[in-house]
Design a protein around this ligand. Structure first.
Ligand code: F6P
Length: 474
């Protein structure tokens, strides 16, 4: 059987397609998130034989959809092709909005507002059926494209049911599922309706192996499997790293240099406290701004002398919770600015422009980087910042981020729910002696540069296995 020896699968791909003049397919790199980091890794990954690697992703644009049935397209990266999977807009919306992001994301990040959500009603059950169809369509595409005995790496909760469909179609494939998110504890999993809970855990057990960024998410998964009476598949832990080569390239670019000059102008010599995130409930933006408010209240010496720049970009705005969160975030920022601002001084700059060169410029410049998620699979920003930072900046890091497991001794740890504690952590980071900062930053940099996406991919690839027989109940 011909086909691809390595198939990487995710909902959002590393490229999107656009229809150029005369029907020519243009391939455009996606901006942020996990996929662009892996894109670099695939360029480095030596491909054993055959056609090389294929990335399978959901059709998100009109052109993606148009080309979904036409097979793989070249991405301009020699060893990587892209194949999009098309489903009806209703199925796509139900899978992405209602189940993946509206349910599983909230479940794994502990974000449900229990008095109101979740509600597993008839509409939700229809959406679960569509989520199942979405996963089946991916399994069909993978089964068509993978060579005999190929390795398949499926990423994230959007595609947790793929394993079950794939094992029936192609039992010869070595498969791994990788969760870039946390995994919920069994007490939270118990919220799902019984059938869905069992189906989710059984389907994940149909992969040859399941991988996580850190031990605690892996352990939670194993406990969840036990809670539904399943023997878990093989599991492994493989934290992803920042991509130093890509970051160095952007940091050295003219675009980044000009953004940095603009930023220096805006800062006018002030200290920079930075965050860089999606506008996302799990990232805990609001408590970060409230902590900054407390910092300025408790430490008058910082008023007028520190700017909190939030380089954040809009995300998942088809979900009402995200729209409401953005509005609340903007409101809190306005209050802080009203309280502490003065002519020529805006304490918080909320910058929603999606411009990676500007983000890298800010990462080069910060004195303090705040990464305070409520819960996070890893958090790449905590790694990317130290890779390019030029000011021996301090990292204030949530204990609930997977990255904390590796960076605890070289960051200032915070409980993300504790606003006053976060303010105190910011104050201590800002007033740290230069010697202390230098020593920590050197070690942070070393750790952040020591892992690359290519190593991650190689670990995941080697952890993938042909799944054994599974006795499926759901
Ligand atoms: O963190 C989980 C994740 O799926 C990442 O792998 C990805 O970069 C991010 O969420 C982006 O989410 P979305 O595709 O909804 O913008």
């Amino acid at each position: 059987m011909s086909g691809f020896d390595l198939v990487v699968v995710s909902n959002r791909g590393p490229f999107t397609l656009a229809s150029g003049p005369g029907g020519v397919v243009e391939v455009r790199p996606a901006a942020g998130g996990m996929a662009p980091s892996l894109r670099g890794a695939l360029a480095e990954e030596p491909v054993r034989s055959g056609n090389g690697a294929l990335w399978v992703a959901a059709a998100l644009t009109e052109a993606d959809r148009l080309h979904a049935s036409a097979g793989a397209v070249a991405t301009g990266q020699e060893s990587l092709k892209l194949r999009t999977v098309d489903v009806t807009p209703e199925v796509g919306r139900a899978a992405y909005d209602v189940i993946a992001n509206g349910t599983l994301w909230f479940l794994h990040h502990g974000l449900f507002d229990h008095a109101r959500r979740p509600r597993f009603d008839r509409v939700w059950r229809e959406a679960w059926e569509e989520y199942r169809q979405f996963n089946e369509a991916f399994a069909d595409t993978i089964a068509e494209e993978a060579s005999t005995g190929a390795t398949v790496v499926v990423n994230d909760y959007h595609l947790a049911l793929v394993g079950r469909f794939l094992i029936k179609r192609r039992p010869d494939l070595a498969t791994a599922f990788f969760s870039h998110t946390p995994f919920c504890p069994p007490e939270d999993l118990a919220m799902l309706p019984d059938g869905a809970r069992l189906e989710l855990m059984e389907s994940m057990s149909c992969f040859g192996a399941c991988g996580f960024h850190v031990v605690r998410w892996r352990d939670a998964f194993v406990r969840c499997a036990a809670a539904v009476g399943l023997a878990p598949p093989a599991t492994f832990v493989a934290p992803l790293g920042a991509d130093p080569a890509r970051l160095d390239e952007v940091a050295a670019s003219e675009a980044c240099r000009s953004r940095l000059l603009r930023l220096e102008d805006e800062l006018d010599g002030r200290t920079l406290l930075l965050r860089s995130d999606r506008v996302e409930l799990s990232k805990n933006l609001i408590r970060g701004f409230l902590a900054f408010d407390e910092l300025l209240e408790a430490s008058p010496q910082w008023r007028g002398r520190v700017v909190f720049l939030a380089r954040v970009y809009a995300s998942r705005e088809s979900l009402p919770e995200y729209l409401a969160y953005r509005a609340e975030t903007e409101h809190v920022v306005a209050l802080v600015n009203e309280r502490w601002g003065s002519p020529g001084y805006t304490p918080v700059i909320l910058d929603l422009e999606d411009d990676f060169a500007a983000t890298v410029a800010a990462l080069r410049r910060y004195e303090l980087l705040l990464v305070n998620p409520i819960r996070d699979g890893l958090n790449l920003v905590a790694m990317e910042g130290p890779v390019v930072n030029e000011r021996d900046g301090v990292l204030v890091l949530s204990r609930e981020a997977g990255a904390y497991d590796e960076l605890a001794e070289v960051s200032v740890g915070v409980n993300p729910f504790d606003v006053t504690g976060t303010a105190a952590a910011m104050a201590s980071g800002l007033s740290m002696s230069i010697e202390q900062r230098r020593a920590r930053a050197a070690e942070l940099r070393r750790r952040a540069r020591s892992r690359t996406p290519a190593q991650w991919l190689s670990e995941v690839r080697h952890s993938a296995q042909v799944p054994g027989d599974r006795d499926l109940q759901a």
